[in-house]
Design a protein around this ligand. Structure first.
Ligand code: FAD
Length: 326
């Protein structure tokens, strides 16, 4: 028996969301009194595979079928389910990433397992059941979910559990799995990167702009600070609708939901639909010229001021601090 982590890689590296899911899986395996194993699919160097040991993984099963170097939801589903069966997985854990969201329910069907998405805390164990609490309705409610299967598939909400180490040594073992034509109902032909350098679902800091910017020509003010502090960039819905910014930056009820350590909202009013995507952020800073802007009600810190005046000052201050510490 074990808990199995799907250790998804991105160009041969495990992102923070996967390491977070590993810590989550390790805690769950501890509660269940079983080992934590992981499955890695595609080309990943041994050093990187071994690094999973830091988060409690005692064995990594590797599948290196070249056809699976590019993500395939059907192929990955079959591969993960095969490993889960082989290691007697009580729970299969993965990050709530795009790929995780795609394969988790499929794996659950294959394993006849309960499926719980977007878990932020570890469940209580009641016999064969797991009892979860998770936030729903854009953070306005707390739901209790109980599983009714002997096994489960769980996706872990990104940036909600934190990185928790539980160091052990991870053995690496090849798993015999061959992909088949039927694993590729749809095949990725090419990936062209269009997103900002830092993914906003993974970023520690996100700078976000709204209609207060007046037009796309002013975004350099936000981008400059984002570059200075290594932040991801996001925007409100109307900004994406007007094509001032690309749609993948749109956060909110109808956009991406994020939970960075620091969310800085600039020239955004704070409509309920916007807040739905960002109210799990650990710290919120609002910059708005209207002191009555609704966003100030949920802000940890606020600056009432004109962004065209405030942003260059922030940028200059960061420059000064960096120079002093160079
Ligand atoms: P505005 O509401 O126009 O606010 C601009 C703000 O900038 C104002 O507060 C103003 O005081 C400030 N400002 C102006 N000039 C300056 C300046 N020089 N310096 C500083 N501050 C300045 N919205 C989302 O963002 N995400 C969603 O997912 C989403 N989903 C929706 C779903 C539905 C079904 C509906 C009906 C709406 C949805 N919306 C969503 C839209 C949402 O209701 C708001 O209309 C939108 O969030 C407003 O965007 P904004 O704050 O950029 O613009």
């Amino acid at each position: 028996m074990s808990v199995l982590l799907f250790a998804e890689n991105s160009n041969g590296k495990f992102k923070k969301a996967v390491l977070e899911a590993a810590g989550y899986a390790s805690e769950l395996a501890g509660k269940m009194g079983v080992e934590l194993h992981a499955v890695s699919i595609g080309d990943v160097a041994n050093d990187e595979l071994s690094s999973l040991g830091t988060y409690g993984v005692s064995k990594v099963h590797t599948i290196t079928d070249a056809a699976l170097n590019t993500f395939s939801d059907q192929g990955y589903t079959r591969a993960i389910a095969e490993v889960a069966k082989a290691v007697g997985a009580k729970s299969v854990i993965m990050a709530q990433s795009y790929n995780g969201k795609s394969v988790a329910p499929r794996v659950a069907v294959r394993l006849d397992a309960a499926m719980v998405s977007a878990a932020g805390t570890n469940p209580a164990i009641e016999g064969d059941s797991l009892v979860f609490q998770r936030s729903v309705n854009s953070g306005k409610g707390l739901e209790t979910v109980k599983t009714h299967r002997a096994n489960s598939v769980i996706t872990v909400k990104v940036n909600s559990f934190g990185l928790k180490e539980n160091a052990t040594t991870a053995a690496i073992e090849a798993f015999d799995f061959q992909s088949q034509d039927s694993d590729f109902g749809a095949k990725s032909l090419e990936v062209v990167k269009t997103a900002s350098k830092i993914s906003i679902t993974e970023a520690d800091i996100v700078l976000s702009g709204g209609r207060g910017f007046k037009g796309p020509e002013n975004w350099h003010l936000l981008e400059k600070i984002a570059d200075q502090v290594g932040a991801g960039t996001a925007c409100s819905k109307p900004v994406a609708d007007m094509d001032w910014r690309p749609h993948h930056e749109h956060v909110g009820q109808t956009g991406i939901q994020i939970a960075p350590n620091l969310y800085i909202a600039i020239g955004i009013s704070g409509a309920i639909q916007h807040l739905a995507g960002v109210n799990s952020s650990k710290n919120i800073v609002v910059i708005n010229k209207d002191p009555e802007a609704p966003f100030f009600k949920i802000a940890d810190f606020g600056i009432v001021g004109d962004l065209f005046d405030v942003l260059p000052k922030i940028s200059a201050a960061i420059e000064k601090v960096k120079a002093a510490h160079a």
